[in-house]
Design a binder for this molecule. Structure first.
Ligand code: 62N
Length: 839
């Protein structure tokens, strides 16, 4: 932002401010008028040519008009007040749709509904046209999206930085029970929410070499001979709920540098120029679809560096507008790393400070560490990033020097504290000497050493970080470690997705809960109100009815809203144990086959989730679910007591339909493996009960809702460790000891569900029965089936079930992302909220 105000712009702004009946007013008539204007003047459409998408776009632009003034005013105010800002660095933002959310957060839902009704437009159908912004894989990406919502709602000066992938998470289709992936060309029809800001483009360099240049009595290092790439920022507005704050989400898009092309072009290397251009523009082409699994791909390394370098240069540019030196940097800048994906920020900030701005090492280090916090999201060893040193040699030689210097100083510190402890030095080093790909950089160690704060995302997870994964570091720097239990935004995950329940709650306790979720506690007395319970039950039933339609449209399977909806939606992964769920379904199926008159609670088992395209086992589990579904759904003898569906292409907008319709939420990961989980929170907030292990945030949910209102089962994290350490442990033990488990395995592994493709599930049999299955499927199955029977028992008493469901809603307030963000701010960032006034 330029500091000398521009006269013509000021005059233009004053003109609109003083002229009545113009764009952006919050009335039904002005909304109708802006909608019509955009259809005609922004989209050039008339009654013969306007498509449903045009109508969506016109409304999006009309709503966008209503946040522009707040957006500008927010940025202006933050700038003028020299506010300290939080910069959230994340390679993923799983935003979903923006129109419905912006309408809700601007609190103009009634007006928009009326305006559309007067024009004869069905608003709900219009909202369905928007494609999800799927720039993330799962929980980590969705958490970033909830966090930016909370930061804006809490009026914090915040900026989310990310990448603008041309292709987000793939679209999943199912053919013959198997997953297929299709590209997600989400920008094909344009994006009404983004503003390109080429004036803030940043240049990033790859490759080349480092030259030492003597200057005075020292040496300056110059990084030369590199290939340049440009990052173009695209800004998206993040609207705070019920306040005037509109923050920025700034996403970088890779572009070739024009001068570079022309140089080669002049030399007659036309093809070389085009190749270089392609290489640059490939960097932000596609989101890597792996979840909790690291793959050392060079393109991903380039993505991370482009992201980090653009974001930091932008942060420094903004800082230097009103600062001459870096003494005040940590009073103006807090940086939070969403996992290690942006951990290159540490050597990059060091490089920028030292090489580009002439800061000395010690001050640069203090500044870098003082500004940075690191959030860990996983304990799984296969998810920990370790970039080969040869990538640094090839692409970031200067950063490698800086890393080695950071490591040298760090290891000297360790050595002083623990003399002669070589094992510890090796364990803690930033460099792994003997990896499969030679030397590599341990990004988590780098993030810990280079941050002032390290946090886990649920109490158990943080404890396990301190005692296991990062034990040496927690011993050296205990004060650096802290917990920030995850949360979800109550705006999208209740107010928006479940309007009927929201209205019932607000009628009872007022609408303060939307910004202060602990107020849901005021619902507790309502559990004794028979009429309230009946209405609560009716709302759930209506939501189930709507989901049943969605299921029929997407899978062709007819399910009954009178059955218990038992839902497991999340990425496919062995540790999340969708297989455990399937095993239980087969046990139920067998019980019904053996005793057709058996009075079991009718259940519909609903699955959804994507598998990483290269994860063989996860893909096989999708096939397993669909194979069991095919057999079960076509078995008339079950009299509707059992249905199984796999809903394709699970994504944010589908979650918004599923969460409000669930009775039972499956949170059944092997204890100690799910860092937190956040779906668990969304379900409970919408009145589902949880079947879960003592893992991640389930433990804290249990503490809040009470033991009687959750179905907990299975080995604890400690017991899991003990079982795994037993050299004689095999799944087969449980097969031999337990008749029901044996019957289930025999049915499954003798090809009952896959007559067409014999032995496709053989890899599952080997892992679960013969192998020392690290996920303890069979070891937990008996206890799981018993927990499911307890759920049945409660469901048979609708009043008791409803009491429990209401209690879940009333006691889930802790899991608002507003609480999480307040804790980050109080304990790590130290930022003052800034109230935005608009005329
Ligand atoms: C989730 F870099 N993590 C946790 F490519 N990761 O599993 C869940 F290797 O327990 C938490 O609740 C949630 O974070 C929020 O804290 C997660 O979603 C990824 O998506 C991911 C993506 C890429 C990688 C690794 C992990 C990669």
């Amino acid at each position: 932002m330029s500091s000398t105000p521009d006269r013509s712009t000021a005059a233009a702004m004053e003109f609109i401010a003083n002229t009545p009946h113009l764009i952006g007013e919050l009335t039904v008539e002005s909304l109708m008028s802006d909608y019509a204007n955009h259809l005609c003047f922004s989209l050039a459409k008339d009654r013969f040519t306007a498509t449903p998408h045009d109508k969506f776009y016109a409304l999006a632009l009309a709503v966008r008009d209503r946040l522009m003034e707040r957006w500008i005013k927010t940025q202006q105010t933050h700038h003028q007040q020299h506010a300290k800002r939080i910069y959230y660095l994340s390679l993923e933002y799983l935003m979903g749709r923006a129109l419905s959310n912006n309408i809700i957060n601007l609190r103009c839902d009634e007006l928009v509904r009326q305006a559309m009704q007067k024009l004869g437009i069905n608003l709900d159908e219009l909202l369905e046209i928007e494609v999800d912004a799927g720039l993330g894989n799962g929980g980590l990406g969705r958490l970033a999206a909830c966090f930016v919502d909370s930061m804006a709602t809490l009026e914090l000066p915040a900026m989310g930085y990310g990448l603008r992938y041309d292709y987000g998470i793939f679209r999943q289709t199912i053919k013959n029970g198997y997953q297929f992936e299709e590209p997600d060309d989400w920008l094909r029809h344009g994006n009404p929410w983004e503003m390109a800001r080429p004036e803030y483009a940043q240049k990033v360099q790859f490759g080349g070499r480092v030259e030492a240049v003597p200057v005075g009595d020292g040496t300056q290092f110059k990084w030369v001979g590199h290939e340049p790439v440009i990052g173009i920022p695209y800004d998206m507005p993040i609207v705070g709920f019920g306040c005037n704050t509109v923050n920025n989400l700034r996403l970088w898009s890779g572009k070739a540098r024009l001068e570079f092309d022309f140089q080669d072009f002049d030399r007659g290397d036309y093809f070389g120029a085009v190749e270089a251009k392609n290489a640059a523009e490939n960097i932000t082409k596609v989101l890597y679809p792996n979840n909790n699994n690291y793959q050392g791909k060079e393109l991903r390394f380039r993505q991370q560096y482009l992201f980090v370098s653009c974001s930091l240069q932008d942060i420094i540019r903004r800082y230097l507008v009103d600062n001459q030196d870096f003494n005040g940097f940590t009073d103006r800048v807090a940086i939070q790393l969403n996992d290690t994906h942006p951990a290159l920020a540490i050597p990059e900030l060091m490089r920028l400070l030292i090489d580009e701005h002439g800061v000395g090492w010690d001050q640069a280090w203090e500044t870098t560490r003082g500004a940075t916090g690191y959030t860990n999201h996983t304990l799984l060893p296969e998810a920990l990033e370790q970039w080969p040193v040869r990538f640094f040699e090839k692409l970031l030689p200067r950063h490698l020097e800086i890393l080695y210097e950071i490591n040298r100083r760090f290891l000297r510190q360790v050595q002083t504290r623990y003399p002669l402890d070589d094992g510890r030095l090796q364990r803690m080093s930033l460099i792994e000497e003997a990896g499969p790909e030679g030397k590599s950089v341990r990004m988590a160690h780098l993030a810990i050493v280079g941050s002032k704060s390290v946090n886990g995302v649920a109490a158990l997870h943080t404890r396990l970080l301190q005692t296991h994964l990062f034990r040496d570091f927690a011993e050296l720097w205990p004060e650096r470690f802290n917990n920030k239990t995850n949360g979800v935004t109550p705006r999208r995950w209740l107010l928006l997705c479940n309007p009927e329940l929201s209205a019932l709650i607000s009628e009872r306790i007022g609408d303060g809960w939307v910004k202060d979720l602990n107020q849901l506690r005021k619902l507790e007395p309502a559990i004794e109100d028979k009429k309230f319970r009946a209405r609560f039950r009716q709302i759930k039933r209506d939501n189930k009815q709507r989901l049943a339609q969605v299921i029929q449209q997407n899978t062709g399977v007819v399910v009954s809203p009178d059955s218990l909806f038992d839902v497991q939606v999340k990425r496919l992964h062995e540790y999340k144990r969708q297989m455990l769920n399937v095993f239980h379904i087969i046990m139920r199926y067998q019980r019904l086959k053996q005793n057709p008159g058996l009075d079991l609670v009718p259940r519909t088992f609903i699955f959804g989730g994507k598998s990483a395209p290269g994860y063989f086992m996860a893909k096989l589990i999708i096939k397993l679910i669909n194979s069991v579904a095919d057999v079960v759904n076509s078995d008339e003898s079950l009299q509707g007591k059992l249905k199984v569906v796999f809903v394709p292409n699970y994504r944010v907008s589908l979650a918004e339909k599923i969460m409000p319709a669930a009775d039972l939420s499956e949170q059944i990961s092997t204890a100690g493996m799910e860092a937190s989980g956040t779906g668990n929170m969304k379900f409970a907030l919408n009145g589902a009960l949880t079947v879960g292990t003592l893992d991640g945030a389930n433990i804290e949910i249990k503490e809040e809702v009470g033991d009687d209102n959750i179905f907990i089962f299975g080995h604890t994290a400690e017991q899991v460790e003990t079982v795994r350490r037993d050299p004689g442990y095999r799944g087969r033990r449980y097969y031999e000891q337990d008749e029901a488990i044996r019957g289930m395995c025999d049915l499954l592994f003798r090809n009952f569900f896959n007559l067409e493709e014999p032995d496709v599930f053989e890899p599952i049999r080997q892992k679960v029965l013969d192998g020392p299955d690290p996920f303890l499927h069979l070891a937990d199955l008996r206890m799981y089936a018993e927990a499911q029977d307890r759920a049945d028992q409660l469901y048979r008493d609708p009043e008791a079930w409803t009491r429990s469901a209401i209690l879940n809603v009333a006691r889930i307030g802790k899991f608002s992302s507003d609480r999480t963000i307040s804790e980050y701010n109080r304990e790590i960032w130290g930022i003052k909220p800034i109230h935005i006034e608009v005329s």
